[in-house]
Design a protein around this ligand. Structure first.
Ligand code: NAI
Length: 468
């Protein structure tokens, strides 16, 4: 067993393991150090994948309870066994994380289980999970340690009554009332899971709208749809204290601008106010690696830190905390280390919220284009005018395309709709490759599919949508 590698990657999440495989494909000798006991990082273990398993199952439950009758399907009383739901979710996670271990083995990556610390340029010490230490040397080191839950001052996450996204993926029973702090992606996805399973859900959001970074029109429509589903929103509000008793939790909510506090009683509080880069115990300070003011590892345009041969990617560096952004950076840095021109186009990274309907976007929002003084054209097409959405009785939402007034290139696209997460792929390609709205309008789209709404929105940028 050699301890000398071309590349040692610390972290086996979507950034780290993809980087490991790509580097191995390019002929480099690679080790991937991971301390969790399973590969796949937050995404596979306590993030994207378990949440999608619960979102899918809770969607089926809600459909069986309320959604099927309109098609004449009679289900009788529907019930759910939370224990079995959790076992099914855990099986999904195990299958996926084992799958990554298989991929590393197949690509001859040395998977080292333990906590990695950088002990100098080109050297990593691993405290092995099985006991003992291993000293590795590497021509290049890639930090891919991801992120951790951020909390609020004075709020102690116990993962029972006051939970993070991790606790929200393993609740033993459906809470009667869940208060969610933060109307962002995690709050709305996991709030949706427990809402569908029967909880009352109140979301407290500091800003004047949920998902504040999103295109304003989409965010407004999204809030209206979620309210119709029974969500309660307290906007422009902040939580100042959380008091626990054995039986319940009391949450003090104040107007963001200050004023009288209101007490909301609930049985569970979900803290979903963002995540922070995870760099604990990595030895960065001793190694002299420069950090940003926000606690991220500082990198140059080629993912290299201020120390030659030490690179960083994913949630631990600047940019969106998204698994697919980390994967792209993992690929790019492996290619750079192997002597190629790795590159990530940050203008063409899609974002998806997996609620029902889903919300997906890529490129610029209308607000960003206005702020930049760019002349743009809007093309919009509602799912109420799309035949497949009508047949499926899933007509909430629309496709909105923003194209450049001068060149017709697609600058941004925003979809709120049942299948938005899949549909955004075509528009991501458009932004990535500089495709015009006219190109999309003249591309044949299969009928009957929701993707026809993309074509119609592209046509609408030129006032020639056919079905509206
Ligand atoms: P987020 O940044 O999406 O949302 C946090 C929300 O909390 C914001 O709306 C913010 O205004 C609000 N907030 C902050 N402090 C507050 C306070 N004191 N009181 C009330 N509201 C407050 O963060 P979230 O949802 O925790 O997600 C963390 C990261 O994980 C994000 O980067 C997200 O993109 C990523 N993620 C992505 C998913 C996806 O792609 N589907 C799924 C889950 C997470």
């Amino acid at each position: 067993m050699s301890d000398n590698f071309d590349v040692v990657i610390i972290g086996g999440g979507p950034g780290g393991y993809v980087c490991a495989i790509r580097a191995a494909q390019l002929g480099l000798s690679v080790a991937c150090v991971e301390m969790r006991g399973a590969l796949g990082g937050t995404c596979l273990n306590v993030g994207c994948m378990p949440s999608k398993a619960l979102l899918h199952a809770s969607e089926l439950y809600a459909e069986a309870e309320h959604g099927m009758a309109k098609f004449g399907i009679k289900t009788g009383k529907v019930s759910i066994d939370i224990g079995e739901l959790m076992t099914s979710k855990d099986d999904t996670v195990k299958g996926l994380t084992d799958g990554v271990a298989y991929l590393l083995k197949k690509n001859k990556v040395d998977y080292i289980e333990g906590r990695g610390t950088i002990t100098g340029q080109g050297s990593v010490k691993v405290d092995l999970t099985a006991g003992g230490e291993r000293a590795l040397s590497a021509k290049s080191i890639v930090i891919a340690t991801g992120s951790d839950v951020a909390s609020l001052p004075g709020i102690d996450i116990d993962e029972k009554q006051v939970i993070s996204s991790t606790g929200a993926l393993s609740l033993p029973k459906v809470p009667k009332h869940m208060v969610v702090i933060g109307g962002g992606v995690i709050g709305l996805e996991l709030g949706s899971v427990w809402k569908r399973l029967g909880a009352e859900v109140t979301v407290v959001e500091f800003m004047d709208r949920i998902t504040p970074e999103m295109d304003g029109e989409v965010s407004k429509t999204f809030a209206r749809i979620l309210k119709k589903q029974g969500f309660t929103f307290k906007l422009k509000s902040k939580v100042t204290a959380v008091k626990k008793t054995k039986a319940s939790v009391s949450v003090s909510v104040e107007p963001a601008a200050g004023g009288d506090a209101e007490q909301i009683k609930c049985d569970v509080v979900l803290v979903a106010v963002g995540r922070k880069p995870y760099t604990e115990g990595l030895g960065l300070e001793d190694a002299g690696v420069k950090m940003t003011e926000r606690g991220q590892v500082e990198i140059d345009d080629h993912f290299q830190t201020n120390i030659k041969g030490i690179y960083a990617i994913g949630d631990v560096v600047r940019g969106a905390m998204l698994a697919h952004k980390a994967e792209d950076e993992g690929t790019a840095v492996a290619e750079i280390i192997a002597g190629f021109a790795g590159h990530v186009n940050y203008d063409a990274i899609p974002g998806v919220i997996y609620t029902m309907p889903e919300v997906a976007s890529v490129g610029k929002t209308e607000e960003a284009l206005k702020a930049a003084g760019t002349d743009y054209v809007v093309g919009k097409f509602p799912f109420t005018a799309n035949s497949r959405a009508k047949a499926n009785r899933q007509t909430d939402g629309f496709v909105k395309i923003l194209s450049c007034a001068a060149t017709d290139k697609v600058l941004g696209a925003h979809i709120i709709g049942a299948d938005a997460g899949n549909m955004i792929a075509e528009l991501t390609l458009a932004v990535e490759k500089g495709i015009t709205a006219e190109d999309l309008a003249y591309t044949c789209h299969a009928h009957p599919t929701e993707t026809e709404a993309v074509r119609e929105a592209a046509m609408a940028t030129d006032g020639r949508a056919v079905h509206m």
